[in-house]
Design a protein. Structure first.
Length: 106
């Protein structure tokens, strides 16, 4: 299951977006803008089997501030309508598009 680590709206002039578009080459979100907005997502998977939260030493209550997980499969996405730029941890940026509810190469 994918979890959202970060989500924000960005402008077309964002430096990271510009770099992603240059590396992906075949998808310019500003030219193909379905919407006037681009969203940046940072997502990850985790594989923790233990879902127990630590217990506070003083009163025995659950301490949600100290729950930690191992992050794996981290990705960054720029999304504009059905157009997507995606970067996995050690990969280059790739362009994708959603057609008929399927993610395909742009």
């Amino acid at each position: 299951m994918w979890n959202v680590l970060s989500f924000r709206e960005i402008s077309f002039s964002d430096k990271e977006l510009q770099k992603a578009q240059a590396q992906a080459r075949n998808l310019d979100l500003q030219k193909s803008k379905v919407r006037e907005t681009v969203y940046r997502f940072e997502m990850f998977k985790h594989h923790n089997k233990n879902k127990e939260h630590p217990v506070d030493q003083n009163d025995g209550s659950l301490d949600f501030s100290k729950y930690s997980i191992n992050i794996s499969d981290k990705v960054i996405l720029f999304v504009n309508g059905t157009n997507i730029l995606i970067k996995r941890e050690n990969d280059n940026w790739k362009s994708k598009v959603i057609k008929n509810w399927q993610l395909t190469d742009a």
